[in-house]
Design a binder for this molecule. Structure first.
Ligand code: HSE
Length: 425
């Protein structure tokens, strides 16, 4: 029987789940794979977790180097998050010939090239199934089951916190209360601004684009807009028009360019992604032979994420080549303002005769075709009223040009909200 020694660095929520599954399923893994996976050492800054898991002192350390430099350890599980210490840990482990398993999307997104080079040089694998979509087996599905396909696009609800907040807001709960509830449930990041402003989703788009398109995608180059400006009013109006508002991470090859972006999106209620509620994640992948394929499940949480980590540990232990690292495809990025889409536009205008007419006539000059106009100021004493315009398909840059003119003419107040309406093709 093959014997594999694992070191776990970080015994927080996911680390605890990994420890539990590896202990609980030890005999099942032995039976199925003929591999004995042994947790040789665990590391954390706090002793309390050691106590909770009843880890013997000889199997516990506060110094990660006791794991990354232990000659008997084959796989290092990095679960501390962040990009500084986590990077040092991974580098040290790889240089010492250890395979890495991690859920750290921020690290993979920012240090992809460096880790790629290092793991190639040292002939080790990096398992990262848990970094995108938590427990959903999306990375390995793309690598295994879709292997004879060329992926053309993916559309993902990749942040449980945002999806939970948007779902609660559609039930009348306000943004800040919904965020507090997400934090209490434990799926928000330590710094929840990373969830809300779309950065967490951008990290996942970067990692998944590497898997799907073989490209190192710098997150600074991904157009990223969060859910901060979405109101319950937007969600209600979108609903009445037959749409849900979701924060989507999108990456697709279009006209030989990569179109990668993160933003709130209006999705028709006919599309299965619109039915993904609460903290659930889902990823819709389009590929040439298979066509559409959708994966759905928990994108965060102790046991789902730990399930993905342990599946990577078993794969690597079974000498399965995960092939994180392939030669990089050179591709140009599409600019966000070049996207062509229908748009949901919310503007605030002064409630005076002729104002809306002036706005629509400027839109007309820029050949912007309006599908629907929604204004409802009934019962409101406010002189400023929100107006929603749903456009037909057009280039975003034309809409931006028209809005500049509308703003210059002082016809609107504040910054307009523009949300793409996607057909997910
Ligand atoms: N904060 C993330 C989320 C956790 O809400 O989806 C999983 O990456």
């Amino acid at each position: 029987m093959k014997k594999i020694n694992v070191g776990i660095i970080g015994l927080g929520t996911i680390g605890t789940g990994v420890y539990k599954i590896l202990k609980e399923r030890k005999s099942k893994i032995k039976k199925l794979y003929n591999i004995d996976i042994n947790i040789k050492k665990t590391c954390d800054i706090s002793e309390s977790r050691k106590k909770n898991l009843k880890i013997p002192s000889k199997d516990f350390t506060k110094d990660y180097r006791d794991i990354t430099r232990d000659e008997d350890i084959n796989i290092v599980v990095e679960l501390i998050g962040g990009t500084t210490l986590a990077y040092s840990i991974c580098k040290d482990a790889i240089k010492n010939g250890k395979h890495i398993v991690t859920a750290n999307k921020a690290l993979l997104a920012s240090k992809n090239k460096e880790l790629q080079k290092l793991s190639d040089q040292n002939k080790v694998n990096i398992g990262y199934e848990a970094s995108v979509g938590g427990g959903i087996p999306i990375i390995n599905s793309i690598k295994d089951s879709l292997l004879i396909n060329r992926v053309t696009s993916f559309w993902g609800i990749l942040n449980g916190t945002c999806n939970y907040i948007l779902t609660l807001m559609s039930k009348g709960i306000d943004f800040s209360k919904a965020l507090k509830m997400a934090q209490n449930e434990g799926f928000a990041e330590a710094d929840p601004t990373l969830d809300i402003n779309g950065k967490d989703t951008a990290h996942k788009v970067s990692v998944l684009s590497q898997t799907c398109f073989n490209i190192n995608l710098d997150i600074e180059k991904i157009f990223t807009q969060g859910i901060e400006r979405i109101t319950s009013y937007d969600i209600d109006v979108a609903n009445n028009l037959g749409y849900e508002i979701k924060l989507l991470g999108i990456s697709r090859i279009i006209n030989s360019k990569l179109d990668a972006r993160v933003h709130p999106t209006l999705i028709s209620k006919d599309n299965p992604l619109s039915n993904v509620k609460n903290e659930f994640n889902a990823i819709l992948v389009n590929s040439d032979n298979l066509g559409p394929f959708m994966a759905y499940g928990y994108g965060a949480g102790m046991m789902p994420t730990a399930s993905a980590i342990v599946s990577d540990i078993v794969r690597i232990s079974d000498s399965y080549k995960i092939e994180y690292l392939q030669s990089e495809l050179k591709i140009k990025l599409n600019k966000f303002e070049d996207i062509k889409s229908k748009f949901y536009l919310r503007i605030s205008i002064k409630d005076e005769p002729g104002n809306l007419g002036k706005v629509t006539s400027i839109l007309g000059k820029y050949k912007i075709n309006i599908d629907k106009v929604i204004q409802n100021n009934e019962g409101s004493k406010s002189k400023i009223m929100p107006v929603i315009l749903l456009t037909k398909s057009l280039e975003l840059k034309m809409l931006n040009k028209a809005i500049n003119v509308i703003s210059r003419n002082k016809l609107i107040r504040g910054e307009p909200l523009i949300i793409p309406v996607e057909d997910l093709a």
